[in-house]
Write a protein that binds this ligand. Structure first.
Ligand code: PXP
Length: 247
């Protein structure tokens, strides 16, 4: 039997709209509460080092006001580790971060930084957080994530989504095969498998159909689509498409 597929809604870009003007509107916590009512299973927020969208106060508010599990995305820095240890969210997803990038461009090079990352995640695990590592669909990175003791890998779906958006169908299909093989490999190692980045109504179904993947994290498209049909309906439609693909 295929396991259920959770939807984690990433609310970073609600905060992006707020930061365009400063002030307090729109509030990411209110978006998170609407997401819960619309069928989200979790909320993801990325506290970036430059605080370009989600702020420290947002994390305080989400921890205090949210009943869904929070997945805190962050870089592997001492500052972020201290914040995570103070809040102890349900999950911590370690991502690479570059100040000049618009979004998280690739997966974390775990293989390159194995010892440091093993020491970095140990206290988070001891504090009860499920530690997830955001990786490219690359066997070296998945094996390294397993060796350092992560519970979860999140597979970066950006290359698959970019190939789809640019009409490179052969590349898209090759990326999907890679995602399928790497989901199976990670699952065989005992890792829980998540996926996300760039997913839309048009790209979600083939990823949602991969049986080892138990969670998708989706943000930018949903916040964009909310402009046209409202956040609850944007999320509910994603949920329907995920469920249909899973069935
Ligand atoms: N998963 C991870 C680890 C991410 O860094 C992001 C982007 O912040 C997402 C999922 C969501 O990507 P998108 O906003 O493109 O849906």
């Amino acid at each position: 039997m295929t396991s259920p597929l959770r939807l984690g809604v990433n609310i970073d870009h609600v905060a992006t709209v707020r930061e365009a003007r400063g002030g307090a509107y729109p509030d990411p916590l209110r978006a998170a509460q609407l997401a819960e009512a619309a069928g989200a299973d979790g909320i993801t927020a990325h506290l970036r080092e430059d605080r370009r969208h989600i702020s420290d106060a947002d994390i305080d508010g989400l921890m205090a006001g949210l009943s869904l599990p929070l997945n805190l995305e962050m870089a592997a820095t001492d500052e972020m580790q201290a914040i995570a240890l103070r809040h102890r969210p349900h999950a911590v997803c370690i991502v690479p971060e570059k100040r000049e990038e618009k979004t998280t461009e690739g997966g974390l090079d775990v293989a390159q930084d194995e010892n440091r990352l093993a020491h970095f995640i140990a206290p988070l695990r001891d504090a009860g957080c499920r530690v997830s590592i955001f990786v490219a669909a690359d066997p070296r990175q998945i094996e390294a994530a397993h060796r350092i003791g992560a519970a979860v890998v999140e597979l970066h779906t950006g290359s698959y989504c970019d190939a789809h958006a640019e009409g490179r169908t052969a590349d898209r299909d090759a990326e999907l095969i890679r995602l399928r093989e790497m989901a199976a490999m990670a699952d065989a190692l005992g890792l829980e498998v998540h996926a996300g980045h760039g997913l839309t109504y048009d790209t979600v179904a083939p990823v949602a159909a991969l049986p080892q993947i138990v969670e998708l994290n989706i943000g930018h498209f949903l916040v964009g689509e909310a402009i046209f049909r409202g956040l609850p309906e944007a999320i509910a439609e994603m949920r329907r498409r995920m469920d249909a693909a899973r069935a």
